[in-house]
Write a protein that binds this ligand. Structure first.
Ligand code: TEU
Ligand code: CA
Length: 536
């Protein structure tokens, strides 16, 4: 089948924060439909929707209580059908989030499993403790133990994420059959694929104690196991291969070698993966221990994955990461230019680019002042863990401001008025006060805005074979500049990006096709935060 998704720019929608049409403060599917023309104007070909299934919302929809229905806060199945059809009419495809490492603890399967009602008894990973001790020493992604005791069943269940997210038991073939069923349900309705949540941790090889270091205790027992590869093959064979669709797997703690394996024809068979190495350019191993951003770390990680993988995703933001301009860009004088420089990087590397809602406007980290403005379960759990470790309230807050997931989740800034054009009611999460200047309505009117630069860039990319499918060759990489060439036959482009506040000399001259400074000729110097696409 044709790999059409390689040519598209993909846009991630975080439905809770995108557009609210009924004033309840939560974004909804009619809201997404109302913005399809806006999305079309951005030149994106695929929308990835973060979960819209029924959910008690402990982890904003990543805890699903019914895979075959839409949560009433977002609308109805009919709304979803309408979204798929309206998008299709504009040449836009929809992919959904497939969250099947775990369900919500409110899912009927789990409720029946607690009572040992068949066939649900073994849908989850239940274990007796050892006396008062938990079944093993593993720690979870959101901090603390992965085991929770259930009084009803009188056993512990495993949850690698929040308490309300029990892990499914992939030793049970009935569980895999359920997953196939729900995938078909959505593919039959017309979705074009899945972003597969933490897909490389489905199959746990054993429940033995984990090595306490370096990162996540226990991870060696479930990361990218052969069992997971077998399950992915089965899903491809029995479901995915029968549709014109693609998968992008969110894969935690992977190396290029493992990524190759997970996308290999005879192994995991994912179409592409999200890797994380470049997300460590401003931290030490985990985001809560951030350090000064060094552009070279970002360039190096990108260059490494460009070289090692035949194809990969390119992204700078998603709903789990702080805003890219607040991490890798500038504030003040160079804010605007740095947003555009990051956009050039995103759109010119080899791979499928993913834009996260608001990134195209230059949205920044939130401006909250206290913990009670934060809604994210991860932030609250981590804050507790950090407190236990002895970090002061001041230091903890600094970490939250820098790394909390809610930085990316504040409502979309549609206009500069009250409610930011996102809602007429009270938004579920605070709106950044900078919406008075950073917003879609004003940027739409300003030809030099970040938004209009994004439009020019995606249009450029959609027309350029060199950018869509050309080879990648790094030509310069230092702590200021990243320059590389993209080429198909004699169609070649040179790209240079400067993510530093200094002017740098560059050994290149020639015609500039697109830049974030308006320049038309390259004269051996790159301005602070300047980015250019040159004819080679
Ligand atoms: O994220 C998995 C994951 O690795 C994150 O938990 C990550 O460690 C963290 O967000 C970094 O701050 C996926 C989803 O993207 C995330 O929103 C969910 O909370 C998580 O899975 C559980 O479903
Ligand atoms: Ca709503």
């Amino acid at each position: 089948m044709e790999k059409w998704w390689r040519d598209e720019v993909i846009y991630q929608i975080y439905p809770m924060s995108f557009c609210d049409t009924n004033g309840d403060g939560v974004g909804d599917i009619p809201g997404i439909i109302s913005k399809l023309d806006y999305l079309k104007s951005l030149g994106v070909g695929v929308l990835w929707l973060s979960p819209v299934y029924r959910s008690p919302n402990e982890d904003n929809g990543y805890d699903i209580s019914d895979y075959l229905d839409i949560d009433p806060r977002y609308g109805t199945l009919a709304d979803m059908d309408r979204l798929i059809a309206e998008a299709k009419a504009r040449g836009i495809r929809i992919i959904m989030d497939l969250v099947v490492n775990h369900t919500s603890s409110e899912h009927e399967w789990f409720q029946k499993s607690r009572e040992r009602i068949e066939p649900y008894t073994d849908y989850y990973i239940w274990r007796k403790g050892k006396g008062k001790r938990k079944p093993n020493n593993w720690s979870g992604f959101f901090g603390g133990s992965v085991w929770e005791y259930d009084d009803l069943r009188q056993e512990y269940y495993l949850h690698l994420f929040a308490k309300g997210q029990p892990d499914l038991n992939y030793y049970n073939p009935v569980v895999i059959a359920e997953v196939k069923k729900l995938m078909r349900f959505w593919l039959d309705r017309g979705v074009s694929g899945f972003r597969c949540d933490v897909i490389n941790i489905l199959y746990k090889d054993s429940l033995k104690n984990g090595r306490p270091l370096p990162a996540l205790c226990g991870a060696e027992h479930y990361l990218s196991t052969d069992g997971t590869h077998r399950i992915l093959q089965e899903l491809r064979r029995d479901v995915l291969s029968q549709y014109d669709c693609f998968t992008v797997g969110e894969c935690v703690l992977i190396t290029p070698k493992v990524a190759k394996d997970l996308t290999h024809e005879n192994r995991g068979k994912l179409d592409m993966v999200f890797s994380f190495e470049h997300m460590d350019a401003d931290n030490i191993l985990i985001k809560w221990f951030h350090r000064r951003f060094r552009p070279k770390r970002l360039y190096k990680a990108f260059a490494k994955w460009q070289k090692e993988l035949e194809w990969n995703t390119i992204y700078l933001e998603n709903h789990d990461q702080p805003r890219s301009v607040s991490r890798f860009g500038a504030s003040g004088e160079y804010y605007d230019r740095s947003c555009k420089a990051l956009a050039v990087l995103l759109m010119t590397l080899r791979g499928t680019p993913f834009v996260f809602q608001g990134e195209e406007l230059g949205m920044t980290n939130f401006d909250f002042t206290s913990m009670d403005q934060i809604m994210d379960v991860e932030s609250h759990n981590v804050d507790k863990v950090l407190k236990k470790m002895g970090f002061s309230a001041k230091v903890r807050w600094r970490k939250m401001r820098y790394a909390s997931r809610d930085n990316a989740r504040t409502p979309m800034q549609w206009n500069g008025r009250d409610g930011a054009g996102f809602t007429s009611g009270t938004p579920w999460l605070g709106i950044n006060s900078n919406h008075v200047t950073i917003n879609a309505e004003d940027e739409d009117k300003n030809p030099d805005s970040v938004l209009n630069f994004y439009r020019r860039l995606t249009a450029f990319r959609n027309e350029s074979e060199a950018l869509k499918s050309g080879s990648f060759r790094c030509t310069i990489m230092n702590n200021r500049v990243f320059a590389f060439e993209r080429r198909v036959k004699d169609d070649a482009l040179g790209i240079a990006v400067n993510l530093s506040p200094k002017t740098v000399n560059l050994p290149s001259v020639g015609k500039v096709l697109l830049s974030n400074t308006g320049r038309e000729v390259m004269d051996c110097q790159l301005q602070p935060y300047e980015a250019v696409i040159m004819q080679r």
